[in-house]
Design a protein around this ligand. Structure first.
Ligand code: ADP
Length: 260
């Protein structure tokens, strides 16, 4: 880790990509992919002249094919680069495009690393201004490899407010800080609930995420409410930002921190 923080000899930009932003979480199931997908779409919607790409680096549990409603196999350029699939104006690449959707990926670490290498270096991104990278949950090989190999503009952390999720978010944040990756801030997901009857907004848990953000000296970027519409739209391959364009504002707190 120390070596990487000091030297970073191998960091090389991705051809065709200007800025790379990771979306990471300590635990699975906290809404990391939902955030990555909707954040990318919201970015495209507020900056229509910029090109946005979405790379799904979660090799064991790729979510982008389902959430973006993309199920084809990418074509190759004559130089054998994979051409990203496009939906809702977003260039997307995922291992899920290359393997059988219903079969488990039963791979050892080395195979995961070689798949990641392909996803990073053998994709024909077309003049992408922002590449949002959905990373696997936790802090493992994939993160180290991304940090070691790529110049990163920053990382957005996603957490739910339960202690178990916050504890691993803290570990993740400290890892990124140690490895000198700028932390854009933390998104709190599924803390608030809007009552469908009285429309009052209820906070379901305490101030754990706020406390963690101030302890780590990072920004709490956004509160994404627990909303059945988010699950439904995501499961239908038409994310909430596309299905209900007003919901773009749910992601503005993050956007204002990453727009350049
Ligand atoms: P992760 O990438 O952290 O594993 P996902 O983004 O796949 O998590 O989300 C897990 C599940 O929770 C999905 O079914 C998703 O639709 C749902 N979900 C995520 N965020 C919300 C939310 N704010 N409200 C309702 N459902 C949500």
């Amino acid at each position: 880790a120390q070596l990487m923080a000091r030297g970073l000899p191998k960091q090389k930009p991705i051809t065709g990509v200007k800025q790379i932003i990771l979306v990471a979480s300590g635990k699975g199931g906290v809404g990391k992919s939902t955030t990555a997908v909707n954040l990318s779409l919201a970015l495209k919607s507020v900056e229509p002249n910029k090109v946005v790409g979405l790379l799904d680096a979660d090799v064991y549990g790729p979510s982008v094919p389902l959430m973006m409603g993309l199920h084809e196999t990418p074509l190759l350029t004559k130089d054998n680069l994979m051409i990203p699939l496009v939906n809702y104006g977003l260039q997307c690449m995922s291992l899920g495009f290359l393997v059988d959707e219903k079969s488990p990926v039963i791979w050892r670490g080395l195979m995961v690393m070689s798949a990641l290498e392909k996803l990073l270096r053998q994709v024909a991104w077309d003049a992408v201004d922002y590449l949002i990278v959905d990373t696997p949950p936790g802090t493992g090989d994939t993160h180290l490899s991304l940090i070691q190999n790529l110049p990163l503009a920053g990382v957005v952390l996603v957490t739910t407010p339960q202690i178990a999720a916050l504890e691993v978010t803290r570990r993740g944040a400290i890892m990124f800080q140690k490895l000198k990756v700028p932390i854009v801030g933390v998104v709190q997901n599924m803390n608030t609930f809007v009552c469908p009857k009285c429309k009052n907004s209820l906070a379901l848990y305490g101030h754990g995420t706020e406390d963690l953000a101030s302890e780590l000296g990072i920004d709490l970027l956004q509160d994404i409410p627990l909303d059945a519409a988010i699950t439904e739209t995501t499961d239908q391959g038409k994310p909430i930002v596309v299905a209900l364009p007003n919901s773009t504002q749910t992601f503005c707190g993050v956007l204002s921190h990453i727009r350049r």
